[in-house]
Design a protein around this ligand. Sequence first.
Ligand code: NAD
Length: 346
Amino acid sequence: MKLLVTGGAGFIGSAVVRLAISRGHHVVNVDALTYAACLDNVASVAESPLYTFEKADIRDRAAMDRILAAHEPDAIMHLAAESHVDRSIDGPGTFIDTNVTGTYTLLEAARSYWVGKGRPAGFRFHHISTDEVYGTLGETGLFTEETPYAPNSPYSASKAASDHLVRAWHETYGLPVVLTNCSNNYGPFHFPEKLIPVVILNALAGRPIPVYGKGENVRDWLFVEDHADALLLVCEKGELGRSYNIGGNNERRNIDLVRTICALLDERRPDGAPHDRLIEFVTDRPGHDLRYAIDATRITEELGWSPSVTVEEGLAKTVDWYLENEDWWRALQARDGVGERLGKAG
Ligand SMILES: NC(=O)c1ccc[n+]([C@@H]2O[C@H](COP(=O)([O-])OP(=O)(O)OC[C@H]3O[C@@H](n4cnc5c(N)ncnc54)[C@H](O)[C@@H]3O)[C@@H](O)[C@H]2O)c1
């Protein structure tokens, strides 16, 4: 297949690009290269004859039309987005522009391309979204694909809006779409402003490890390479117009996750042990959802997917990757706002 991947220089998009190329797919990576992008994430495939890069903004309709006409993809996997909840609290406008208007622009370009080619039945517009659109859970229960949307942050509201647009373009115009909503990802190439890399890198540097509130928020952690595998499967085999939840079956309280990472570092860097002495509880994020947990029955039963690693295995791989790739994360730590406490304003 020839895949057009938006946001392929980001964390999850680059995992999709690397995996797709390793499986013999052609990939056109379309990315505007915002502060969150890093072309080193795709350096391992950049010389492949299967890989092409286009620096372009999904809000630029003319650029999207040109790229679609030039490369004639069989499917679009749409991952480009503003993705950091704390930044969405400080500056929601960019999230509306990119996640809502950008998705609208890309949908219109995709529709025009698909109609122009005679509406091929095999074409796919795959929209990649988040479980945060469902809002928050109490102590029990799981998000299914039927859970009503109730987003609580500007980020999750912008993703919910984009999900609705994609659904409407299927119902109204017949655009062949599939949607996925996944839980929190982690793994290699995770940008150093997100929780897990912050914990690893602060612990290594002997700096305080900030934990929001009392660390009681629960997330269902999904290893990014398992997610990329699920995305390629849904893109190829998912039923049109259908949503699939993707989760890791790995629910953990933030504080327990942080302590597990500290224990992994104690084994690997005993000089700094015990690293959990660096944990510091800080003011909670406004509107911080208590618990997310995914019911992934649909993708498991209909498409035969399940995660390949437990969170302990995935975290060990992740910690080892950060220890071996200092040049990668040092360069990104110098970028705007990284390492600062963002998103405190109510
Ligand atoms: N990270 C997670 O845990 C998680 C969980 C659920 C869903 N998601 C969703 O998965 C997708 C990818 O997330 P991520 O963590 O890899 O994000 P990321 O922030 O690491 O990467 C986003 C990429 O999109 C690009 N981009 C941003 N605006 C663009 C624009 N206007 N035009 C073209 N490119 C643009 C950036 O340059 C960057 O390379 C997002 O849609 C996100 O909402 C992420």
